[in-house]
Each structure stands twice: as C-alpha cells, then as structure tokens.
Design a protein around this ligand. Structure first.
Ligand SMILES: [Zn+2]
Length: 73
C-alpha cells in the first residue's frame, strides 16, 4: 500500500480533527483513503475532508495530495 505525502514537506503523516477539536494521526493511501496510523483508532466523528500536515503548515483535502509531486491548492 503506497502512502501519499505532503506536497510541501514530503512526509506522509497527517492528522484530522473532530468537532471537539481532538486530533487523530492518519496516513492517506494512493486511493485517497484516510486510514488511522494506529489501527485500533476509530475515524468516527472526524472530518476526513481536511488534513493537517504534521511537518509543516499545509492543510488540504486528500484529493489535493496528488502523490506529493505537485503543489496544488
Ligand atoms: Zn507538510
């Protein structure tokens, strides 16, 4: 399974947030599927349409990752 990486800093770890502003560590597969880094974590209630990069200030949708080759906003 390939993972998508950040278009700015190339790391492949992101987090998502829920209504309570809690954060959950996720990866994004090359099918644009958001999966928890810790397999016992649940994505219930988290907004998967907005990703926050762990390594830089990049935020965006899974679809905007594009394999990390190009900057897209
Ligand atoms: Zn980044």
């Amino acid at each position: 399974m390939k993972k998508m990486s950040c278009p700015q800093c190339e790391i492949h770890r992101f987090f998502v947030k829920n209504e309570m502003n809690e954060q959950l560590l996720v990866n994004v597969t090359d099918n644009y599927e958001v999966v928890p880094v810790n397999s016992e974590d649940s994505l219930d209630g988290f907004d998967l349409s907005m990703l926050y990069c762990l390594g830089c200030s990049w935020t965006g949708s899974p679809q905007s990752l594009r394999g990390g080759n190009k900057k897209r906003y």
